[in-house]
Design a protein around this ligand. Structure first.
Ligand SMILES: NC(=O)c1ccc[n+]([C@@H]2O[C@H](COP(=O)([O-])OP(=O)(O)OC[C@H]3O[C@@H](n4cnc5c(N)ncnc54)[C@H](OP(=O)(O)O)[C@@H]3O)[C@@H](O)[C@H]2O)c1
Length: 433
């Protein structure tokens, strides 16, 4: 009886015997910052890799400053000389630099030599993904970038391997954990924007340049990458003018909640035929939308597919340790599969100019110079400008919030400018999906 019980409680990992022949994979690290160090720490510890038949050995790293103290095991070779690093022998190279250059040149050189590359650098993949994938194919090797978007959620590889599932015509995503953290704090703690930002910075959540998070630049890069990976082509990134979250207040979140909505930092794109429209910015989502349940730094993506309806993936979007785990899985996949098999292959074809996003609802904050009108007067005023309010909040200080029926941005914008000019009512509009 006890023997049966013992067998029952054996963990699945222990139950699987390591493969008899363990293959050593020599990895070079381009960048030994937060992500690179996490890879170097995890590689020797990850027993699960041994179980899968691999021992990952980090054999060298390229950095800017070799004298910096690092929080990882000592490496045999660490250099600030790119040419010396490139002369090394690697089975796979992990690129975790964080800027387009010199990453692009280094990755191109490695792929040119037929060395598989795994990258966490979304700026690089957003700007040059198709060109690097084409080079990898030409040299019969691979570039993998699962960690570039929703770093802890393994979905890019799954989509790349499944042509029907990845036939997607709409995506809505929360891809910037820092913005999501700040908006979650505004909602839960009713604090000032700067106080929420300070908390994010204290936790090390912001990028070195926090405007990439706060102004939607990081999310726009990831949207470009996602559009490419799901096979739509190269998004004209310069046409995506992301809206940031800096103008939002705790009162906006409270007003949204009174309408059974919450505000999330959203990246959205939809495709009809070959026409694509997209936006990046805060959006009020009904609480029933699965993206509304993503609190703190969580990321998520909702895909609407031609064949599979709605798909939803969510999980941690960043963090050195989780990113390192995804990277090491990519490393193993790079050596486990044949060069032409299973790899995301974004087409090089550019998407023609973006078309205007479809009409959406809007959550409008109206701030009055003095007297706050009642709901009926406000409804009449907005009706007169073809903006039809479906809900109006109670006043908070000198502001009221209106939920407005779907209308395109090109019609909304002049209507709000006119209301502002004639009635001195300051407005701020957030999409409502
Ligand atoms: N942090 C995350 O949670 C996360 C998650 C997913 C993806 N990513 C992406 O992963 C990449 C790395 O992020 P990170 O947080 O690890 O950045 P990081 O801490 O700033 O590390 C960057 C590393 O690159 C090295 N480096 C920078 N410029 C260089 C140059 N010109 N030549 C040689 N080495 C250079 C730096 O060297 P020194 O150390 O000598 O300065 C450092 O080791 C970024 O693309 C980021 O977007 C990060």
């Amino acid at each position: 009886m006890s023997a049966v019980l013992e067998r029952d409680v054996v963990s699945p990992i222990a139950a699987v015997q390591p493969k008899s022949a363990v293959r050593t994979v020599r990895v070079g690290l381009v960048g030994l910052g937060r992500v690179g160090q996490a890879v170097a720490r995890l590689a020797p510890e990850a027993q699960r890799l041994r179980v899968a038949g691999y021992r990952v050995r980090v054999v060298g790293a390229l950095v800017r400053d070799v004298s910096k103290r690092r929080r990882c095991p000592r490496l045999a070779r660490i250099t600030s000389n790119a040419a010396a690093f490139l002369r090394g022998d690697y089975d796979v190279v992990v690129e975790a630099l964080g800027t387009v250059q010199p990453a692009r040149s280094i990755v191109s050189r490695l792929l040119g030599r037929g060395i598989p590359v795994v990258t966490a650098n979304k700026e690089l993949v957003a700007a040059h993904g198709p060109e690097l994938v084409a080079l990898a194919k030409q040299r019969r090797t691979t570039i993998r970038y699962e960690a570039c978007a929703l770093a802890g959620v393994p979905f890019l590889g799954a989509l790349a391997a499944r042509p029907l599932v990845s036939d997607v015509n709409e995506l809505t995503a929360v891809v910037n954990g820092t913005s999501n953290f700040i908006l979650s704090k505004l909602e839960a703690e009713q604090c000032a924007f700067d106080a929420a930002l300070e908390q994010a910075q204290a936790l090390g959540l912001t990028e070195p340049d926090s405007s990439r998070d706060l102004d939607g630049i990081d999310a726009a890069d990831k949207l470009a990458l996602l559009a490419s990976v799901i096979g739509w082509g190269t998004l004209p990134r310069h046409q995506l003018r992301p809206q940031g979250i800096r103008a939002l207040t705790a009162a906006d979140l409270a007003a949204a909640r009174s309408f059974d909505r919450t505000i999330k930092p959203v990246a959205f794109a939809t495709r009809i035929g070959t026409a694509v429209s997209a936006f990046v910015g805060p959006a009020a989502l009904p609480l029933s939308n699965p993206l509304a349940s993503l609190h703190g730094t969580l990321n998520g993506i909702r895909l609407h597919g031609t064949f599979v309806g709605d798909l939803f993936f969510s999980g941690p979007g960043a963090g050195p340790d989780i990113t390192a785990a995804t990277i090491l899985d990519d490393v193993v996949e790079s050596v486990a599969t044949t060069p032409t098999a299973r790899v995301a292959t974004p087409p090089v074809t550019p998407i023609s100019p973006l078309v205007a996003p479809p009409p959406t609802g809007w959550l409008i904050r109206a701030t009055f110079p003095g007297f706050v009108p009642d709901a009926a007067a406000l409804t009449r005023l907005f009706d007169a400008h073809d903006l039809h309010a479906t809900r109006i909040s109670e006043p908070i200080d000198r502001s009221r919030w209106l939920l407005v029926a779907p209308i395109g941005h090109e019609a909304l914008s002049p209507a709000l400018a006119c209301i502002d000019a004639t009635h001195r009512i300051q407005t701020h509009a957030i999409r409502s999906l």
